[in-house]
Design a protein around this ligand. Structure first.
Ligand SMILES: [Zn+2]
Length: 313
């Protein structure tokens, strides 16, 4: 069985302005790295559909969803918050980024793919129930996880977040009491660092591991083995979601951690083993941050070749 690669050309057209680090070239770099490594031909490429309003409303305040639709400009650019803007393609891109994860869930549960990587933007994990934040409009991984629970009748799913920044939006959504028995979130993140959350007062379904600046592979492996894996084994998720940000890479200057490609490979292996033990291998990974184009491309290849169990030189 193959790994699905879910993406859409309109995700390349969402552009938040000159000099913005969350730029179209990021997705182009990932696509190009998949192609030039030879990995892409071993994947099943699928076009991301648009998420529907009702899909978004499982995790977002309906008034917020409506406000985003109303904000979308026909031309020019509109600023949603200090870090996040929309151009005329952004609404389509944001709906496709959310829809990608839902299609990935459907494909994996139907057995047409063993797992999936969604190469999409805008990213999602800072978007809360009722606000955009930190380059994120809709919380893509949250929409996908809620879709798996609601439309496929799963009882428990886990969300893993290895972006350098704390996934405060995902935490905001799934800390709510009605989700606590059904969603476990496990993450590490640089702390203290943007968005300055996650270190204290987390809900019981949040496994947060704040790590100091300059943490590298050894610290991350300890966090995964001591905190993530025991919690995942106890929770026994039926599907594993990944907020796959690659900005903890040592070459990424937006983050201050020191991971290398082999670390992303190691994390991905551990998650594959967990998915094998509890979740019939089901795993859906969604691109989040990563701002050094070369490191982003190489790290995404390291992650996806592990998911696909493809050996490339
Ligand atoms: Zn990030």
């Amino acid at each position: 069985m193959t790994t699905a690669y879910v993406t859409h050309p309109n995700c390349l057209k969402h552009d938040m302005g000159p000099g913005h680090p969350e730029c179209p070239d990021r997705l182009a770099a990932v696509n190009e790295a998949m192609r030039s490594s030879g990995l892409l031909e071993g994947l099943r490429t699928l076009e991301a559909p648009l998420a529907a309003v009702r899909d978004l409303e499982r995790v977002h305040d309906p008034a917020y969803v409506q406000a985003i639709f109303a904000s979308a400009p026909r031309e020019g650019r509109v600023q949603l918050d200090p870090d996040t803007a929309m151009n005329s393609y952004s609404l389509d891109a944001a709906l496709r980024a959310a829809g990608a994860g839902m299609l990935a869930v459907d494909e994996v549960i139907a057995g047409r793919a063993s797992n999936a990587f969604c190469a999409v933007r805008p990213c999602g994990h800072h978007a809360t129930r009722s606000s955009s934040m930190g380059f994120c409009i809709f919380n893509n991984v949250a929409v996908a996880a809620a879709h798996a629970l609601a439309a496929h009748d799963l009882q428990r799913v886990a969300i893993i977040d290895f972006d350098v920044h704390h996934g405060n939006g995902t935490e905001d959504i799934f800390s709510a009491p009605q989700w606590r028995d059904r969603v476990l979130m496990a993450s590490f993140f640089q702390h203290p660092f943007y968005p300055y959350s996650g270190a204290e007062g987390a809900a019981p379904n949040m496994i947060n591991v704040p790590l100091p600046a300059h943490s590298g592979g050894a610290q991350v492996k300890a966090a995964v083995e001591q905190h993530w894996l025991p919690a995942l084994d106890e929770f026994a998720p039926e599907m594993i979601f990944v907020s796959a940000g690659f900005d903890a890479h040592r070459e990424d200057l937006l983050g201050g951690m020191s991971l290398i490609e082999a670390d992303y490979e190691w994390i991905s292996h551990r998650l594959m083993e967990t998915a094998r033990r509890h979740a019939q291998n089901r795993m859906v990974s969604m691109m989040e941050g990563g701002y050094n184009l070369s490191a982003l491309g190489r790290s995404a290849v390291a992650h996806v070749k592990t998911l696909a169990e493809i050996r490339i030189p």
